[in-house]
Ligand binder design. Structure first.
Ligand code: HEC
Length: 124
C-alpha cells in the first residue's frame, strides 16, 4: 500500500512538471509579439507584465484597438478565468481585436499557459 501511495505522488509531480514545460512551450508563440518582462522593448503586441489583475488594454505604451480600449474603459480586468476564456477564442471575446491567430482548443493547454504566465511575470 505504501509503494502505491508513493507512486501516486510521483505521478502527480510529473504531471505538474509536464504542465509547466507545456506552458513555457506554448508561450513561445506569444513571445513573437508579447514580453512578460517589464523593461522589455515594445513589440508588435502589448507588454504582459503584471497582466493578471490589470485592466484590459492596460499597457500605457501600447496603442490598442477600439475594441480593447472600450473593454478597458468599461472597467474589465484580467484574471486567470478571463484569460483562459480569451485564449479559447480571442476574437469571440473582443470582436474587432487586432490580435491575429486562432485560439487554443485544448482546455489543458489553456490552463497550463495561464498558470505559466501567472508564475513568470504575468501575475499580479
Ligand atoms: C502576431 C502577434 C501576436 C501574437 C502571436 C499574440 N498576440 Fe496577444 N496581442 C497582440 C496584439 C496586437 C494585441 C492588442 C490587440 C488589440 O489592440 O486589439 C494583443 C493583445 C493581447 C492581450 C490583451 C492585453 C491587454 O493589455 O489587455 C492578451 C492577454 C494577449 N494578447 C495574450 C496573448 C497570448 C497568451 C498569446 C499566445 C498564445 C498571444 N497573445 C499571441 C498580438 C499578438
Amino acid at each position: 500500500m505504501r509503494g502505491g501511495a508513493a507512486g501516486l505522488v510521483l505521478l502527480a509531480l510529473s504531471g505538474a512538471a509536464a504542465a509547466q514545460s507545456g506552458g513555457a512551450a506554448l508561450f513561445e508563440t506569444c513571445r513573437a509579439c508579447h514580453a512578460l518582462e517589464r523593461e522589455a522593448p515594445e513589440g508588435a503586441g502589448p507588454n504582459l507584465a503584471g497582466l493578471l489583475g490589470r485592466k484590459v488594454a492596460g499597457d500605457p505604451a501600447f496603442d490598442y484597438s477600439p475594441a480593447l480600449k472600450a473593454a478597458g474603459a468599461a472597467g474589465l480586468t484580467w484574471d486567470a478565468e478571463r484569460l483562459a476564456r480569451f485564449l479559447a477564442d480571442p476574437e469571440a471575446m473582443f470582436p474587432g481585436l487586432w490580435m491575429g491567430g486562432r485560439g487554443l482548443d485544448d482546455a489543458r493547454d489553456r490552463r497550463a499557459l495561464v498558470e505559466w504566465i501567472a508564475r513568470n511575470g504575468g501575475g499580479a
